[in-house]
Design a protein around this ligand. Sequence first.
Ligand code: NAI
Ligand code: 15L
Length: 268
Amino acid sequence: PAPRTVLLTGAAGGVGTLMRGLLPAYGYTLRLLDVRPIEDEPDTVVADLSDRDALREAVRGVDAIIHLAGISLEAPFEKILRANIEGTYHLYEAAREEGVGRIVFASSNHAVGFTPRPRGDDPLIPVDTPRRPDTFYGLSKCFGEDLAQLYWDKHGLETVSVRIGSCFPEPTSVRMLSVWMSPADGARLFHAALTAPDVGHTVVYGSSANTRLWWDLSSARALGYEPRDDSEPYAEKLIAAQGDLDEETVSHAYLGGHFVNDPPVWPY
Ligand code: NAI
Ligand code: 15L
């Protein structure tokens, strides 16, 4: 049966807030979890990913989990270790113990951020390109994908790992013209990831059908995802303001953009 009750971790964050607005229209009842309380959402489980008892209670009875919680930028290794590596492990253990069948894991393009971006007629980057994290943050997403594979092979817990590009209301940089995932397409992709049959552990890129796309969306489309948005209408204005990507600038050379040399740092 299609999942109906879904635990959304990281529900107070940017993507979590967007998905709280969009996913109920697909028929889901959302249970929310975050270390930060959410205004007007009194039923949020306010808990840290290190709190195994709280996680176990939060996952009890849900059909699936969308796991967004964690540090979403670069940070000292010890912080990444606690929130993203140990935290994701604790969530998977809670899901296994409570018999949850599927997790949609918010991986990131930064798991492959040191992959040179395609230029000219280069082929799109496939989903099985060797992982080349650009930060400790990206490294933690590599760990999450491997953890997901282990829990599928060993415990039959399914995961779709979504290497999200940039999920924001609008693209705000020239790089984002290639990697943008509109919120509406994000909801379409999460819905496909929750409902496609027999996913085992599947890795997909998460973006809209951008004219300037860098990676191959075929594994996402195989889940039934049909993106409807394209960043191209934003191109002229962004390029006029920022200049086009060039051949010399390091932060223009790789999928991960400025994460390779000047990553934004987690402020907490
Ligand atoms: P965000 O930083 O806005 O939200 C993350 C949320 O997780 C926050 O509300 C935070 O309070 C919560 N959190 C952090 N540590 C926690 C802990 N130890 N226990 C419980 N909750 C904790 O990030 P955003 O942009 O919403 O991203 C969501 C997820 O998607 C993240 O895992 C991020 O790495 C991933 N992602 C996001 C992209 C984007 O374009 N926004 C791109 C690629 C990946
Ligand atoms: C990410 O993984 C970050 O969580 C998000 O804040 C954006 O910076 C995004 O990647 C990106 O690559 O633009």
